[in-house]
Design a protein around this ligand. Sequence first.
Ligand SMILES: C[S@@+](CC[C@H](N)C(=O)[O-])C[C@H]1O[C@@H](n2cnc3c(N)ncnc32)[C@H](O)[C@@H]1O
Length: 356
Amino acid sequence: MDDITKSVKRERTSTVGRGKAVTREAPLDELHWQNDLVTVSFGDSLQHYQNWETPTCIISDGAYGVLGFEGDTSDHTGIPEWYEPHVAAWSRQATAQTTLWFWNSEIGWAAAHPILEKYGWRYVNANIWNKGKGHIAGNVNTSKIRRFPVTTEVCVQYVMEARVGGTPLREWLISEWSRSGLPRKAANIACGVADAAARKYLDKGHLWYFPPPDMFEKLQAYANEHGAPAGRPYFSLDGENPGTAREWEKMRSKFKCPYGVTNVWERPALRGSERFSIPGGKAVHLNQKPLDLLTQIIEATTDAGDVVWEPFGGLFSASVASHRLGRRAYSAEIDPTYFHYGLERLRAEGLQRSLL
Ligand SMILES: C[S@@+](CC[C@H](N)C(=O)[O-])C[C@H]1O[C@@H](n2cnc3c(N)ncnc32)[C@H](O)[C@@H]1O
């Protein structure tokens, strides 16, 4: 093997943070906090997931490979190992309705993507947060860094791939129709359309569309009435009864997008009063995310009363946004300083601790 084809052995990346802007030495006086909508715990989220309700949305803002906090890796090569146990746990508790929003740097996401796919997360869209030139103004010596200055982060949308008895939804739908013995074109009669049903719902490639619940029920009813009697029931989601529109609706994640929103989010980095600071003005957490961006992704993929997970709490920004929107939030934070100030922030938000 010549030198070019030899795989490169890398040192394990460091996980020692660059130090915090604010460090608090006093012991924590509470390790768990909850009110009617928000539950936050001190410690490793891996120890808490099993106590959290089924998520409709998971907002991951963990390691970026930039030593951004103690435990972050020093570059992207440590990212797959860092995320794998979390991704495995998310997959165990997610359903076909769950959306994952994965925040990271471009290279951090690229390193994590194979792990996300391995555990059943299907890539939907990469959204770019552009913080604008103000983010780097005057601070970058491009002849020294020898690249264009970065002003972006990504927030990548994944959904949990729906399966029936282990088969991905599209293949299952096509195989149920073919099992009924009906010709492909009969799907159009079933749905009362000229040609759209066979073309969209039974397509084997990227032109496939998820049939709306009323169309699914029409396909199901037609197949069970006109399909080969021996194979009934067709399109059963519980193995016994024909699937209903209501059951089918739960086979995909929620999504609604206000008119005009695209995948490029132009928004300056967090400054001003939203940045949580100690008296004297020092910002507590350098990675605090803006509430408006979190609000946008939570509103797009959940309804009131749904559950949002924030595995890497920091100052619990996603939980604050969830609470304002009437969603139920679960979060954990492993660093005592951030946990302490995260609780202060929840109190400053006017959230009252539950007496239960
Ligand atoms: C990028 S910051 C999140 C900032 C947060 N989005 C905000 O707006 O405040 C990541 C946080 O995750 C915490 N963390 C890292 N590993 C963790 C784990 N296994 N369990 C819980 N928290 C963890 C870090 O201490 C850090 O505060």
